[in-house]
Ligand binder design. Sequence first.
Ligand SMILES: Cc1cc2nc3c(=O)[nH]c(=O)nc-3n(C[C@H](O)[C@H](O)[C@H](O)COP(=O)(O)OP(=O)(O)OC[C@H]3O[C@@H](n4cnc5c(N)ncnc54)[C@H](O)[C@@H]3O)c2cc1C
Length: 444
Amino acid sequence: MTTKIFLNSRCSLTSVAKPSFFNVIISGGGLIGQTMACALAKNPVFKNTNILLIESSSKKDYAQKDSYSNRVSSIAPTTIEFFEKLGIWKNIKRYQVMKDMKVWGYLSKDYINFEHDSNNPAYIVENDEIINAAVMENTKASNVKILYGSTIKDVTLNVGKRGRNHQIKLVDDSLYDTNLLIGADGANSFIRNVMGSDYINWNYKQFGIVATVLLSESNENNTAWQRFLPDGPIAILPLEKGISSLVWSLTESKAKQILKLPEEVFVDALNEALHSEPQKNEVAAIVNSCSKSLLGVFGPKSFSQPLIPPHIKSVVPKSIAAFPLSFGHCSQYYKDGVVLIGDSAHKVHPLAGQGVNIGFRDIQNLEAKLSQGVSDGRELGDAMDLKHYETEAQRHNIPLMAAIDALHWIYTSDNTILKAFGNVCFQFTESMRPLKTVMKQLAT
Ligand SMILES: Cc1cc2nc3c(=O)[nH]c(=O)nc-3n(C[C@H](O)[C@H](O)[C@H](O)COP(=O)(O)OP(=O)(O)OC[C@H]3O[C@@H](n4cnc5c(N)ncnc54)[C@H](O)[C@@H]3O)c2cc1C
């Protein structure tokens, strides 16, 4: 049976007087919500589980455009394996292999080169390509319904006699009952508010400027570049020969100035950010030379290849956009049959390209715990299984989020010692293989 996609809930569902029941309701059909629905639909344990996905925006025409979307994500090798398992990867037609990523700062030309295993590379993929690929699978699944253009306006928890029976009211007043409500509704999650758990968050007072850029070089373009600058990092992510995607984090005031620039001047500013000579800093120079002597004792130094970032030729007209950047973490990922995944539970700075990868890991973890619970004879979404999900997710997410946040503070700090420390990190990480391996493992 094919999934029915209700483009307009009003015409299809408001006439239902009694609440419709779904075993699982997912709020939010972004990267994470659509993939979660797909993960449940593909697991044979849930073949009799009805899933309703509610997405507030209207259904997009995902047909591939000639030009690239300015919203792309670097997808870790572990996420690719997961996509392959779900049948999502075969639907993704446009992507670029990212063989390595070169990361450097503004006080020297020392850099870290994070190489990916050639059999297991990371990829740069447009967000819309991923959502479309998951929607294609969900549309084929007989137990998934997607409701577009609909938003949850009210949730009453535990209305049923047996508990854990939540009632959901949409903006058109239609009612749905469920035993498991999954919040995948992003950083401003309504479901998180319904749960009422503590949410720690702060604003980085930065914007992430994104754009599609054309390069002067016509090489294979399989390297990502990221430079840490005092106002925030700039990253150039490969899309295809001669085309890359920009993610440039800047203080709010600088971002506002940059966004007003004519496109040619914007391009000059980009090239300056990527190619400016290292700044002179006496403390950093001393720390630098001490650490180089130390590294000479410990092992080989490996900045043999010169660092040559790409030159930006032009920016694709109208591709420039900006997003406010913040940190957020919810202390509780579940409560009484309500559970959070993705940005609704945690939000990080894009400097490590990890935000959505953390969310994809949540999905794998939650699916595994729910599946184990049902196989062991517990009800879907039993508190014990949700607790296991939360414990495992937080054990992974909190150290990674703390490391990403620390990197942000180190590289944007005005403190000379911290700046010097940040600079030697590139040498140490590149030269000390175990440290580099730990950093890579954290991010995959
Ligand atoms: C500039 C920038 C660059 C980034 N680059 C990377 C990267 O390279 N790699 C990476 O891993 N991450 C990256 N991220 C982070 C990544 O984009 C997010 O982690 C990811 O989009 C989170 O997905 P999500 O589905 O949880 O939330 P969202 O993408 O916010 O999706 C939430 C969905 O829920 C819907 N919704 C909201 N409220 C409701 C409601 N009440 N009812 C129904 N639906 C609702 C929304 O319409 C939306 O479709 C980047 C972020 C930024 C800002």
